[in-house]
Write a protein that binds this ligand. Structure first.
Ligand code: ADP
Length: 178
């Protein structure tokens, strides 16, 4: 039985992520989507919210689980018994970062294989970061995320949150725009 993990921040899950997960479930017996708790980025949703949004978005797929994790991704892979790590590749900038990460991960976990799936052309320029900015500026985001994520983004943006760090690395209501 081949188990794969698909790790990321998923803040929030987008149609680009869903496309990668949909294709990955066809390749492996089980796919575990790993929601990394503390990425070095501005976060709009806490880890439980990101897990809940991802679970709902992927509920129609068989053999998919969503779990949050902290610490090294390779340790998460070991813990859940995964032999494969799946990543999505957009433009060349993703490739360089993934290449560096892959070299480091290979050192830590030589038996864990990396499988990179190319983005679907329509999601080539879609990232959670750009999506959050678009939501902030009142852009039409319906083509990029499922309806429950549209609703969650509108609710969060409408609540008056501003871009900024708190000690939990979350957007806060009070911090200034950086
Ligand atoms: P981001 O914040 O850049 O969207 P994540 O950490 O949530 O990134 O991404 C998790 C994984 O999904 C990474 O391998 C990333 O390259 C991939 N990914 C993100 N967006 C897309 C997309 N639009 N198409 C394909 N893969 C994607």
């Amino acid at each position: 039985m081949i188990i794969a993990i698909y790790p990321g921040s998923f803040d929030p899950i987008t149609n680009g992520h869903i496309d990668i997960a949909t294709r990955a479930v066809k390749l492996f017996d089980k796919l575990i989507v790993g929601v990394y708790e503390t990425p070095q980025k501005y976060l709009l949703f806490n880890s439980d919210e990101r897990v809940a949004l991802a679970r709902q978005a992927l509920a129609h797929l068989p053999n998919v689980e969503v779990q949050k994790y902290s610490g090294l991704t390779v340790n998460f892979a070991k813990r859940v018994g995964a032999q494969v790590m799946v990543r999505g590749l957009r433009a060349s900038s993703d490739f360089e970062r993934e290449f560096d990460l892959a070299m480091m991960n290979k050192k830590f976990a030589p038996d864990l294989e990396l499988v990179c799936l190319m983005t679907a052309i329509e999601y080539q320029f879609l990232s959670s970061t750009i999506l959050k900015e678009a939501a902030w500026l009142g852009g039409d985001i319906e083509d990029f995320v499922p309806q429950h994520v549209v609703d969650a983004l509108k609710e969060r943006v409408g609540s008056g949150m501003k871009l900024g760090f708190t000690e939990k690395n979350m957007y806060s209501k009070t911090d200034p725009i950086p």
